[in-house]
Design a protein around this ligand. Sequence first.
Ligand code: XBP
Ligand code: MG
Length: 258
Amino acid sequence: MAELRALIFDVDGTLADTERDGHRVGFNRAFADAGLQWNWSEELYGKLLAVAGGKERIRHYIETYNPPFTPPADLTDFIAGLHRAKTHHYTQLLAQGEIPLRPGVKRLLTEARARGLRLAIATTTTPANVTTLVENTLPEGLSWFEVIAAGDVIPHKKPAADIYYYALQQMNLSSEQCLAFEDSYNGVISSLKTGIQTVITVNGYTQHQDFSGADLVLNHLGEPDFPFTVLSGNAHGSRYFTVDLAHTLLQQRIDWRL
Ligand code: XBP
Ligand code: MG
């Protein structure tokens, strides 16, 4: 019978609340650098987040919102250039310590390691963004993650299941041996497609999205002195997320299957 062996974490919106004040600002600075009169407001960005992947999001914006610019000969190359500039601005924001880890993340990662659980990341974002975020929020923490599955390492981004299949394959684990942590509809669709039980911590952009199929939907992972709120599912009396609760969630699924 499968037992919990690893926790797999999404990055944006899950490890840290990176979108509104991080990625969005990075995109707007890159547009300004390129002399484009494009500005992604908080509201517009919330709509654009339906498309995972920064390059894919820029293309979606061009095709859907028809913004003012002179189409270049090679649009793919043009988008890639904008995205490189955006990543530069975003990683600078991270390096300035602008974006902290969300409540309970460092505590849970530390406990998971102490309890012998393996750790991995499964994210749509660019690998450099992951390393910069972790280096600036969790010194020495990069080595805690056995696998950092990120960005273009797979052909189809979330909500496709590719990134979670890739992480499972790299760790040689089955979906029943893992628990995923996500923040968005695209993310939970991706993790559930692989059969990985999933815990959601919502944020400003995702709080009204559909998380059907998730084991638990929380406002954050909580701390002993800062309890979470259960938005759906059964936290079995816990007031903050722990390794014991992770084991209980998997066990309840096993009992349910019996
Ligand atoms: C969220 C995403 C990413 C970021 C932007 O990723 O969809 O595209 O919004 O990062 P996660 P890039 O799976 O961590 O929630 O511009 O590097 O794509
Ligand atoms: Mg996310």
